[in-house]
Design a protein around this ligand. Structure first.
Ligand SMILES: Cc1ncc(COP(=O)(O)O)c(C=O)c1O
Length: 298
């Protein structure tokens, strides 16, 4: 028995997508992060950032936590803050799907929605939309004397994946794979896993997955901006994926493998397929349930 939902974060299964790769002469090993309590991999960084900040004294008992989120980090923080007794304010662009705000509110968070920049399309959150969310997050943090989780910069983001996600994959795969690819938002998953993999297996090739243009529908990343956490020395290449390719891969993943995931997981699988024949590790970032209000599902 576990003492709380926070202790249920991590230790997710690694699954061989053998049906999807049949006849291609390679394998895709998919880390099922949608099985975390908040249905995404971002639960991991929420736990790590709060634990690290409590340990180093930057987060005091009962102090409010504020974060900019596309929904998943906010959901993770709502869970961690509910259990650890911190009020939590999530600041999110209106361009992200509505079920995310509802879920965070249900978990006790205060959700502040920020309008997109003029002319922006709903479902397409750009770097300039994110800049508006950032300004609002900074304002609220100052006003309330809060702790800013700061997922784009806090080392807990990298550490969550360097200490846990990466080593879990190494253990589950027997350290037998050729390549790793992941769609970058903050780049924390990519950087933490790539560091853990390449320290043990220097020959593993690590690819950042990106949308094929600045206007795209792959929520959670592809912001076309500098990522402080992403160590370019670990990047062996970039794989560009279109919205259409991400959507068809997410649908095929559901139909063929019984794995119900979102746009960015589809992008990861589409990218992994371009690396065949090889054994490729990738991440199933969040649940398809988070996109029921979009046309990802017909
Ligand atoms: C659905 C989804 N996919 C991918 C990512 C990108 O992950 P990372 O920030 O570790 O690069 C995020 C981050 O918020 C996300 O919510």
């Amino acid at each position: 028995m576990l003492p709380s939902a926070v202790a249920a974060i991590g230790s997710t299964p690694l699954v061989d997508l053998a049906r999807l790769t049949r006849g291609r002469g390679g394998r895709i090993l998919a880390k099922l992060e949608y099985l975390n309590p908040g249905f995404s991999k971002k639960d991991r960084i929420a736990r790590q950032i709060v634990e690290d900040a409590e340990a180093d004294g930057s987060l005091a008992p009962g102090q409010t936590v504020v974060e900019l989120t596309s929904g998943n980090t906010g959901t993770g923080l709502a869970i961690v803050c509910a259990v650890t007794g911190h009020p939590f304010v999530a600041v999110m662009s209106r361009g992200n799907s509505a079920e995310r705000a509802r879920m965070m509110r249900a978990l006790g968070a205060e959700v502040v929605l920020v309008d997109q920049s003029p002319g922006a399309a709903a479902g397409q959150v750009s770097g300039s939309d994110l800049e508006l969310v950032e300004q609002e997050a900074q304002r609220i943090t100052r006003e309330r004397g809060a702790f800013r989780a700061d997922q784009f910069r806090h080392p807990g983001n990298f550490r969550a994946h360097y200490l846990h996600t990466g080593p879990e994959i190494l253990e589950q795969s027997g350290a037998r794979f050729d390549a790793f690819c992941d769609f970058a938002g903050t780049g924390g998953t990519f950087a933490g896993c790539a560091a853990a993999f390449q320290e043990r297996m220097p020959q593993v090739r690590c690819y950042v997955v990106e949308p094929d243009g600045p206007h795209h529908r792959i929520q959670g990343g592809g912001y076309s901006m500098e990522l402080p956490m992403l160590d370019r020395a670990r990047v062996d290449g970039t794989i560009r994926v279109s919205d259409g390719e991400a959507i068809s891969a997410a649908r095929e993943l559901a139909r063929v493998e019984g794995i119900f995931a979102g746009f960015s997981s589809g992008a990861n699988v589409a990218a992994a397929l371009t690396l065949m024949p090889a054994v490729v590790v990738t991440v199933i970032n969040d649940s398809g349930l988070k996109y029921l209000s979009t046309d990802l599902w017909e």
